[in-house]
Design a protein around this ligand. Sequence first.
Ligand code: PMP
Length: 288
Amino acid sequence: MIVYLDGRYVDSTEAKVSVFDHGLLYGDGVFEGIRIYNGNVYRLDDHLERLEQSCKAIMLDVPLSRAAMAQAVCETCRQNKLTSGYIRLVITRGVGDLGLAPWLCEKPTLFIIASKVSLYPQEHYDNGLSIVTVPTRRIAPDALPPTIKSLNYLNNILAKIEARQAGALEAIMLNAQGYVAECTADNVFIIQKGEILTPAASAGALKGITRATIFDIARELGLQIREADLTRHDIWCADECFLTGTGAEVIPVVKLDSRVIGNGKPGPITARVLASFRQRVLTEGTRI
Ligand code: PMP
């Protein structure tokens, strides 16, 4: 496997960063997870825009222009002959000393990995996921804005551990007020009386690229969609529920906290949204 690392394409065995890199020492950095389908990088510009905004928020200078970054992403795919898979783009604060001070880090570290994607097993797309609400709350937006896709994922990882301990593959994370924020690596949607609802970023949700796609799809299909404060109760009593993420795509949820959602099967609106999503990803995108 060939990895892009600070302007060079190197073998993965050579793709190494320093133990003094603040991405490693402090999780000081940002990243993007991007998909490529049939030689088209899905919504690359949107991912790069979110990356730039994450960088701006943490006052990290993006080492490459938007066009150069796009070119590096595409070239990494080409180098690996990857036409379908998952791309991880990471920018860290770079090498510094053992203190926190980001201004002592000389230059950011940038690397891009283009690899295979690991999806949930197909049976969960067919039959729906059974998930749980976990005790770990989503970190407050005024402590660490969820709109920053930072390398600090310990909050989500704690939730992921709790989900596994409860025998589930994903977890609903609530915010400090008890409203639904998101899952550990996915956004959450419900369908209630024909309307699609999802938590706002202010409730602790990442502004997912797949989430944005769902808004586009809903408008195209003539479905009502809006952001709303959601409780666990809203999900338990929803007609349908699904999760979205670059890795997971669109996956139905049929049970939360042992409560069956709707009739316990992936719902008809979820199916329409999923079909439209699958269609879109094959045609939309940046040709590598
Ligand atoms: N929330 C979190 C915490 C995430 O890490 C992700 C990315 N996997 C998402 C939501 C979904 O965002 P996207 O659709 O951009 O992948």
